[in-house]
Design a protein around this ligand. Sequence first.
Ligand SMILES: [Zn+2]
Length: 50
Amino acid sequence: MPDDTQILGRCPDCGERIPTAWRLIDYERDDGTEGVWAECPACEDVVAPE
Ligand SMILES: [Zn+2]
């Protein structure tokens, strides 16, 4: 089975790769760039993927 899952980034806490399906909220940072909050499938916590 092909694994072409899009990855948002890695969990800053545990390093787990976070798929886009786990994306929760988009927000704009103070510097105008776009940030995202997502739930880490490993920590089951809300993190900012790196
Ligand atoms: Zn994690």
